[in-house]
Write a protein that binds this ligand. Structure first.
Ligand code: SF4
Ligand code: SF4
Length: 376
């Protein structure tokens, strides 16, 4: 027998406007960092003849491998490496945000996630208007494609945690390649090669047809945060008793999660964007819950997700600033030297290079030379 449910309309305000504001502010901050870094590189290009412009430490947020290695070394030895300390604090901030609020960094702060979302939304509207279709990757293809990002993450984790000794990690962090990684990254985009341009254009075009193509299938950072998502105690929960099975939550979910078919969303793709919660028309039916033992779970209001994500990120990066570990310890003179000789610093990639780093590190240790003495 069909029992008609009494519907109490959900009158809570959508949080999406505020999510857009947070994403925009973070994207603008990244643009500002890019502009400041451009002036810093101009100073290096002039060989120190134009006035010096301070290097923005936030640029280290775009050096995930170096940040991961600095974090690894910090956890093993308690030492904060002098080259890219801000990158390490940004990395820890992202991990903590994800531990508390799932993969929320992707939908609230990440500038790449923001651009992918914008492109995907615009592409979806375009396809719907002119071709009356919305592309959806079938499940049999979606799962293997989604595992690609885990393979990439596995490769990085294997290379760092299994192929490198602590000494080799330190040798990598001390290497001129790592010290100039931010400037090298600048030139990667400023003098972009034809192959890189083709790859980036292909990713852009694919993101028009498949929402968040890069984030869903390829981003190793997203894969790491997806794993933390499982550990996070905060989860989207559906109240089956009041749910009217309208399916609006699943329709609103940018990660194509079947929210209407589960009680608790346990998915590595959930980014705590709160779109499903906003779309639900029935009061107290779909919310974010802190799942605590002994039935002590409680509902987390939408605004606390916004406040929480921003506050955790600011608190962890703030610790880096307040403890004097934000600006790196590379002098202008060293940067000028690195810039002049940058072409000769290759990337140590693959098991052979790791083996060499391990061997070099052992030799360097014997010679008591592990602290960037090369540049003197
Ligand atoms: S399940 Fe809800 S919170 Fe998670 S990604 Fe989908 S819409 Fe966003
Ligand atoms: S939006 Fe989802 S949770 Fe809310 S009533 Fe509809 S199906 Fe149920």
């Amino acid at each position: 027998m069909n029992v008609k449910k009494k519907i109490i309309r959900n009158k809570t305000k959508s949080i999406q406007k505020y999510r857009f504001y947070v994403q925009s502010a973070f994207a603008l901050l990244c643009i500002w960092i890019g502009i400041e870094f451009y002036f810093f590189v101009r100073y290096l290009e002039s060989n120190g003849t134009v006035s010096f412009y301070n290097r923005p430490p936030g640029v280290e947020g775009f050096l995930p491998i170096s940040s991961m290695m600095s974090s690894f070394m910090f956890l093993l030895t308690g030492e904060i490496h002098y080259a890219h300390p801000a990158g390490m604090f940004i990395f820890f901030a992202i991990l903590l945000v994800s531990l508390v609020f799932g993969k929320s960094f992707c939908s609230w702060l990440c500038p790449i996630g923001f651009i992918s979302e914008m492109v995907g939304d615009a592409g979806g509207k375009f396809l719907k208007k002119f071709f009356k279709v919305r592309l959806k990757i079938p499940g049999w293809l979606d799962y293997p494609l989604r595992s690609l990002k885990y393979l990439l993450l596995g490769f990085f984790i294997f290379s760092i945690f299994f192929l490198m000794s602590t000494m080799a990690v330190r040798a990598f962090l001390d290497s001129p390649y790592n010290l100039s990684a931010d400037v090298k990254m600048f030139y990667f985009f400023a003098n972009i090669s034809r192959t890189s341009l083709i790859v980036l254009s292909a990713l852009f075009i694919l993101s028009i047809f498949v929402k968040s193509f890069w984030c869903r299938f390829l981003c190793p950072y997203g894969a790491l945060l997806g794993i933390l998502n499982f550990i996070s105690p905060n989860k989207i929960k559906r109240n089956a008793a009041s749910c009217i099975d309208c399916g609006l939550c699943a329709k609103a979910c940018p990660s194509s999660i079947k929210v209407d078919k589960v009680i608790t969303v346990w998915s590595d793709e959930c980014t705590t964007c709160m779109n499903c919660v906003d779309a639900c028309p029935v009061e107290d039916t779909l919310d974010l819950f802190a799942l605590l033992p002994a039935k002590k779970s409680f509902k987390i209001k939408k605004k606390w997700v916004a406040i929480g994500v921003v506050s955790i990120f600011m608190a962890v990066t703030g610790i880096g600033m307040l403890t004097g570990h934000w600006q790196n310890k590379i002098s202008k003179e060293e940067y000028l030297y690195l810039h002049k000789n940058m072409e000769s610093f290759g990337h140590p990639t693959g098991p052979e290079a790791m083996k060499k780093l391990n061997e070099d590190a052992a030799k360097e240790k014997g010679a008591g030379n592990l602290n960037g003495e090369w540049s003197k």
